[in-house]
Structure formats: C-alpha cells, structure tokens
Design a binder for this molecule. Structure first.
Ligand code: HEC
Length: 338
C-alpha cells in the first residue's frame, strides 16, 4: 500500500466483544517499512507502537500478522474480506476517502508535514532559503510538487533512501520529505537537521480506517486516540524524531568556502569519520582532534600508516584541507549551542 510513496499501511484485526468492547486486536503490518513498521522487535516502528498503545488503552490483546503492504489493492482486500479490521497510516483527505466507499476513518493521531533536511551546519530553515540551491526530492510526492511549483532547482530520486543518500554524499544541498522519514533520518544521522515547513494547506492528517459496518471498532479507536493524545502519542512520535523539526535553533549561515569544505568532507571523509565528524567504528572523532590546523593538515597529507587513513597529499590542496578543519571546528561550535 503506497500512500504518497510511504507504504504506511498497517492492518488490525479486531474482535468486537459487544457493547463497544474490543477484546482482541490482530495487527497486520509490513515486516520491513521503517520508520512505520518492522518485524524487528527492538525497532517495531511508530505505527506498530501506536497500534499497541491503542490496544492497551482498550484493554485488548494484540498480536501481529506480517505481510508486505506495497500493493494497495491486496492490502485493502484483507480488510474487505474480513481478515483484518483496521488500517493505520491513512491520509484523512476527501480525495483518499473518495474512492473507498467501504471504509470509515478514525480521528487523526498525528499530522504529517513537509520537512526541509540539511546539514546542521548552516541549516536551511524554510523553503524560501532553498532558492538557488539544489534540492533533492522523491518523485511524485508533495515535497516534489512544492519545490517544482516554486521553480527551484530540484533533483528527483525514486525512493526516500536514495534522496537521503544524495544528501549524505553532498550531491544536493537539502531535501524536502515527509516528517516521519525526515525525523527518522535526522535521528539516525546526527550531523543533519530537520525543519518543518509552515504551510497548513499541505498538512496531512493521518488516521486509521475500518470497514464501514465496523462502527464499534472505529469508536473504540477514537476513544483510545483521545486518551493517548496528551502523553503517549507525543512520546512515541518524539522518540521517532517527528518532533525534532519543531525546535530548530538558529545557526550562522555558511560561507561558500565552508560549504565547499562540507561537500568535500561528506564525499571523502564522512564514510569513516561520520557525517557529524564524531567518528564511527572505523575512525576517530575529528571534533576531538587536539592539534592545530597545521597539525591537521599534516596528518591528512601524510595519513596514518597501517590504518585506513591513507595520505591525501597531491589529492587535495593545503587550503582545501584547512577548510575542512575549519568546517569541523564550526560544526562543534554550532552543536555545542544546541
Ligand atoms: C577509509 C576510512 C577513512 C577515510 C575515508 C578518512 N579517514 Fe581519516 N582516519 C581514518 C583512520 C582509521 C584514522 C586513524 C585514527 C583512528 O584509528 O581512528 C584516521 C585519522 C584521521 C585524523 C587524525 C585523527 C586524530 O585524532 O589523530 C584526521 C585529522 C583525519 N583522519 C582526517 C580525515 C579527513 C579530513 C578525511 C577526508 C579527506 C579522512 N580523514 C578520510 C580513516 C579514514
């Protein structure tokens, strides 16, 4: 089930016990569609966690039946045939509901927004700032449409993963994607920042759907969502990075020299030293480098014999390496302020 390319659908089977009571809920979810759902018990995805919370609030038992949801017709077939009774992750729009007369919908449990993601250093904080930049988008999404509409330079990718990879490599200056995907990426990649685009017309309320004749379940789910609204839902969404975008602190804009250095760093160094320069299992934390700029240049030019750090002499100018050192320094200063 691809909704805006998100494949966010999850099915729940519920057994109604009469008088609005729901005793058993069988969750059907895509086994590998993070951040939405996953078979991995350590990281089940936020839709599964919310379904679990809904079941708990209703005092119902929850089990999960896994199946891929890439094809909308098959997924809704499960529901219509009575094998499942509830879908999570559906946009509550007239357009979406229009050709699904057999469904009724719950109240929303979150609002999906469009988000700008860029390197935390010199981060872009609105769509306007992306003018004259190169923006990565996923084909046929709301973000794609928004950037296209403004006539900004955009580079189109086929999946969210490909779009984020391009950002990681420095191939684009920023990307515009939906908040669940953006939040998840920023959560996993600390060198990047997400900022929600303030455009209420593009906000998408997300809710659950049930068969039209299953009003009892719809009402139970609505009750549970209301109950979870004040604490549990924000907690789950927050843990998945979906509220990170709302509190983006100011950072200084980046000079063109440092922008070039960022691009070099992201393409040549970050795979070992991390996108945030804090190091990985493969190599050292460069923010903790104690030497002077000259020491930095010498180290990079000569490499570290016997390690993955090969000499860069002849591949990069002194000036370029110095700029990388300054970029990393600025990265540290900026994030210390957060
Ligand atoms: C293939 C992996 C790899 C790549 C790519 C790489 N490095 Fe390294 N780097 C290392 C390893 C391994 C070390 C040795 C220190 C350690 O064990 O972490 C190191 C050490 C360093 C050090 C010394 C750190 C210290 O605290 O002593 C600096 C500075 C450095 N790298 C900068 C860079 C820069 C700048 C780039 C990109 C132009 C880069 N590295 C690319 C793997 C890599």
């Amino acid at each position: 089930m691809r909704i805006l390319g998100l494949a966010a659908a999850i099915l729940l089977t519920a057994t109604a016990g009469g008088r609005g009571e729901v005793r058993r809920i069988r969750l059907c979810a895509d086994p590998s569609n993070l951040p939405f759902s996953s078979q991995d018990t350590q990281e089940p995805g936020f839709e599964v966690e919310i379904a679990r919370a809904i079941a708990e609030a209703l005092g119902a038992e929850l089990s999960v039946h896994w199946f891929p949801t890439a094809r909308e017709i098959l997924a809704f077939g499960q529901l219509y045939e009575g094998r499942c009774d509830l879908f999570m992750g559906l946009p509550l729009t007239e357009r979406f509901a229009g050709d699904k007369p057999r469904l009724i919908f719950s109240i929303p449990y979150y609002v999906m927004r469009q988000v700008v993601v860029s390197s935390s250093l010199g981060a872009f904080r609105s769509l306007d700032e992306l003018k004259s930049r190169l923006v990565g988008v996923q084909a046929m999404t709301i973000g794609d449409h928004m950037v296209y509409e403004r006539g900004y330079n955009r580079k189109v990718y086929l999946s969210p993963e490909a779009t984020f990879d391009a950002l990681g490599r420095g191939e684009v200056d920023a990307v515009v994607l939906e908040s669940p995907l953006a939040g998840w990426f920023v959560k996993k990649n600390p060198g990047f920042r997400a900022t929600e685009i303030n455009d209420p017309a593009r906000d998408l309320k997300i809710g659950a759907g049930v068969r039209r004749d299953d009003r009892e379940l719809k009402e139970a789910v609505d009750r549970a969502i209301r109950q979870l609204q004040s604490a549990k839902l924000p907690e789950i969404l927050g843990r998945h990075g979906m509220t990170l975008a709302q509190a983006a602190p100011e950072t200084a804009p980046l000079s063109s020299e440092l922008r070039a250095a960022r691009s070099t760093y992201l393409t040549q160094c970050s795979q070992c030293h991390g996108t945030d320069a804090k190091g990985t299992a493969a190599a050292a934390n460069l923010r903790a480098f104690k030497g002077t700029e000259a020491d930095f240049v010498r180290t990079v030019e000569n490499g570290r014999p016997g390690t993955g750090m090969t000499p860069w002499k002849g591949l990069m100018s002194d000036e370029e390496i110095r700029a990388i050192a300054r970029y990393i320094k600025q990265l540290s200063t900026d994030s210390d302020r957060q």
